[in-house]
Ligand binder design. Sequence first.
Ligand code: SF4
Length: 189
Amino acid sequence: MLQSSKEVARVRLGAAAKSGLLLPQGLFASPEREVIQAKAGPSGFGRKAHLLCPFFDNAKNGCSVWEHRPGVCSSYFCKSEKNEEGLELWADIEAYLNQFEWTLANAVLWRLGFTQDDLGLSEAVMLSESSGPERAWLQKRAWVEWSGRELELYDRCASESYEIKTEELDELLGEDCLSLENSIRERSA
Ligand code: SF4
């Protein structure tokens, strides 16, 4: 989650917006960044200066946005004591956590009045190839009436997330995601 102190959270939100895509569902890498990363291949991440995470703060030698890392960050390892088997397990954990976070974020936004069309706008932003005015326009629309009140929305989402029951979330996650969760549990035991 973003830093709890409002002041610090505001600074971090600014850093996040500058280097990535800030959307109601969370913070994401820009499509341009995804292209650079894809060209470098799976082993390229973090090994050269231009392939460092855009949210890494060199001066602080740490993350500029997260106090507690999300799934994609906390499940990343460049090597494993269990070689391929270990890396595959972590790749599955990443896939599971990404699905979990995305599903939970959308469920919370739905409860706060976002429509399916509103939620789809975030996906359109993430898929937009050009970083010009069209993406900026789409991104603003994705925030609906919360544009300019991003921190407020995130706070509301955090409170609302506690209202979601496990059974409701399980249903939204679906069978495939739950069987992936079980498989991860078995392999981690
Ligand atoms: S925790 Fe590391 S990988 Fe994740 S956003 Fe921060 S700097 Fe990037």
